[in-house]
Design a protein around this ligand. Structure first.
Ligand SMILES: CC(C)(COP(=O)(O)OP(=O)(O)OC[C@H]1O[C@@H](n2cnc3c(N)ncnc32)[C@H](O)[C@@H]1OP(=O)(O)O)[C@@H](O)C(=O)NCCC(=O)NCCS
Length: 245
């Protein structure tokens, strides 16, 4: 189990204090099988993966999502129904939609990150740090001018890590908005330099956004970076691990 994460407990809706944001880290290489709790459309999606490894990871991720949400909601994992927004975001459907439980997920390689809140919007993103020789070019296309300037000042040896910190924080924000790439990425700015507290710094024409959200960044496992943004100020992250302990 990675350092700082608690083993999964039987979470219930009551266990999710409104002042907390629960973060679940799922090991996508764990041996547990979740095949039987997936819906028909999820099983069909699983069947469309070209590589067995990707199929297995998808089943483990989606199955874990059902297992964990089922505990909060007090329902069998297989009973949960999802609906999808026009931008592809899964939401709880039917009666469960009124539960106030909100979630967002992100996956990268062997890591699946799930954020769960009560009555606050949330977005999460995890990325594996990898060589990115064109980091500055990508930043030039997607990042806000202030972010580009900050990244240029980062020493070469630290540039990739800094890039992924910026990327995950921006991605978490657009995922919390749920609007996919219809929110232009250069119209808002996040802090990401080592030593600077993670913050949404500005959003063009929407100054109230800065106070609306709290941003948190962390290293879920060595070689990865992650960010979570959720509505409101003063919430604290609580971290749970689902995998081999
Ligand atoms: C969903 C999106 C927002 C992020 O996708 P991604 O980073 O490739 O993938 P992640 O693993 O972080 O997230 C995927 C999950 O997000 C969720 N998701 C899908 N659409 C979403 C949306 N519009 N809003 C919030 N969450 C969404 C889904 O649960 C999905 O996983 P699932 O299909 O297994 O259920 C996608 O629209 C996208 O392409 N993003 C922009 C990529 C980019 O250019 N980023 C530049 C950042 S500087």
């Amino acid at each position: 189990m990675p350092e700082g994460w608690q083993p999964a407990r039987g979470q219930t809706a009551q266990a999710l204090n409104p002042a907390a944001v629960h973060l679940w880290l799922v090991d996508l290489e764990q041996p547990a099988s979740f095949e039987n709790i997936l819906s028909v459309d999820e099983q069909a999606r699983a069947g469309r993966f070209h590589f067995e490894r990707d199929r297995r990871r998808y089943v483990t991720g989606r199955g874990s999502l059902r297992l964990i949400l089922g505990r909060y909601l007090g329902v069998e994992p297989a009973q949960i129904r999802f609906e999808y927004t026009t931008y592809g975001r899964p939401l709880l459907a039917g009666l469960l939609a009124g539960s106030g439980l909100r979630f967002n997920v992100s996956h990268a390689q062997t890591v699946y990150l799930l954020g769960v809140t009560r009555n606050r919007e949330i977005g999460v993103d995890v990325e594996a740090i990898r060589p990115l020789p064109d980091a500055l070019d990508i930043a030039g296309r997607f990042f806000a001018p202030g972010e580009q300037a900050a990244l240029r000042r980062v020493p070469a040896a630290d540039k990739e890590v800094a890039f992924f910190h910026c990327w995950t924080r921006k991605e978490a924000y657009i995922k919390a908005l749920g609007s996919g790439l219809s929110q232009p990425l250069d119209e808002f700015e996040v802090s990401f330099l080592a030593g600077d507290p993670p913050r949404l710094l500005s959003v063009r024409d929407k100054p109230a956004e800065v106070e609306r959200w709290q941003l948190h960044a962390f290293t879920p496992r060595p070689g990865y970076v992650a960010a979570v943004i959720a509505e409101g100020q003063g919430w604290r992250p609580e971290m749970f691990w689902l995998g081999e302990t």
